[in-house]
Design a protein around this ligand. Structure first.
Ligand code: XMP
Length: 315
């Protein structure tokens, strides 16, 4: 893509051709789906029904933040509260690919219900090129089944409409900027949410721990960026590991969780470099996580792996 204005004109024409009536628009608040939703709104007006799903796997304050963000982008949207459904679907599941398939299926079932209510079979999604490439498209091995690609059940009656499927993230950001979407450079957050940042079984309590740790990493990295200590990373987050470990609290032994902190630089997420965070920033993160999750998280690690051979998210 060379020219965002030209891309927007073509995308709007295509959306109008592919959606004869109305459409459900899957809107997660991320830059990809928000850009797709703004395009759908421009193309279809009130025939576009944006739905934001509260999966119970979101970051701290995300529902409120995403609501404000959609309003600033000029989007009308509905919120579907579905924590029980998503946590229920993940019960007892430890395998990362199975988690992704179950989450993808839970999203699609919910969108099917919305589609029936509205009387359509079209679903607009913000799928971008790395989503389907890393999900095993284009003759590549399946690295990860992205929730919006391989997670779609084969018996779904929904017809997918994907205006961004040939773009990479940096190109989506250029289109978002052109459309006036606020904060086009904010960090990505995966559709399966904190489920892929909780290694092993996903329970409400383990999601809560991951949520607190993620909020601390975000706050401390953003503080360091604002203070000019580091450039803005591509992505920065925490992963709750599935390896209980021994710690000490006062005079007592505690058996708690370990958290890994991941901060990477990248251009398009296809490759990434682990950022060399200054020691004081790491120290503040470790100190806050072990204090605010006292006796729950007793060890904090820093992930220095590039992509490849690692991936950005752990699962
Ligand atoms: P990986 O972990 O594959 O991630 O190196 C590359 C980029 O994609 C994000 N990611 C996802 N985004 N659905 C999404 O919308 C997914 O299933 C998914 N998995 C990973 C990840 O956060 C990183 O920015």
């Amino acid at each position: 893509m060379n020219d965002p204005a030209e891309f927007v004109r073509t995308a709007i024409d295509r959306l109008r051709a592919e959606v004869p009536g109305s459409a459900i628009v899957a809107a997660s608040g991320g830059i990809d789906s928000t850009t797709a939703a703004v395009l759908a709104e421009r193309a279809l007006g009130d025939r576009a029904h944006a739905v934001f799903v509260d999966t119970g796997l979101l970051r701290a304050g995300e529902v409120e933040k995403v609501g404000a963000f959609f309003r600033a982008s000029g989007l009308r949207f509905a919120v579907a509260s579905a924590s029980d459904r998503f946590l229920g679907a993940l019960q007892g599941v430890r395998d990362p690919e199975e988690k992704r398939r179950r989450i993808g299926a839970a999203f699609i079932r919910l969108f099917e219900e919305e589609a029936t209510r509205v009387g359509t079979d079209r679903l607009v999604q913000g799928t971008i090129a790395p989503d389907w490439i890393e999900s095993g498209g284009a003759l590549r091995d399946t690295i990860k089944t992205h929730h919006n690609v391989g997670g779609v059940p084969s018996d779904s009656r929904l017809v997918l409409v994907e205006p961004l499927r040939d773009l990479y993230k940096d190109e989506v950001r250029a289109v978002a900027r052109h459309l006036g979407v606020p904060e086009p450079d904010r960090q990505p957050f995966p559709g399966p949410g904190l489920a892929v940042r909780v290694n092993g079984e996903v329970t409400a309590e383990r999601v809560r721990r991951a949520r607190v740790a993620n909020a601390i990493v975000e706050a401390e990295v953003e503080r360091a960026v604002a203070a000019g200590e580091i450039p803005r990373p591509w992505q920065y987050f925490a992963v709750l590991l599935d390896s209980p470990t021994v710690g000490v609290l006062g005079d007592n032994r505690v058996h708690g969780d370990a958290v890994s902190v991941r901060v990477v630089e990248s251009i398009d997420a296809m490759t990434a470099t682990a950022m060399a965070l200054p020691r004081p920033v790491l120290q503040r993160i470790a100190e806050r996580i072990t204090r605010e999750l006292s006796a729950q998280v007793v060890r904090v690690l820093y992930d220095v792996t590039d992509k490849p051979p690692g991936t950005i998210e752990w699962e």
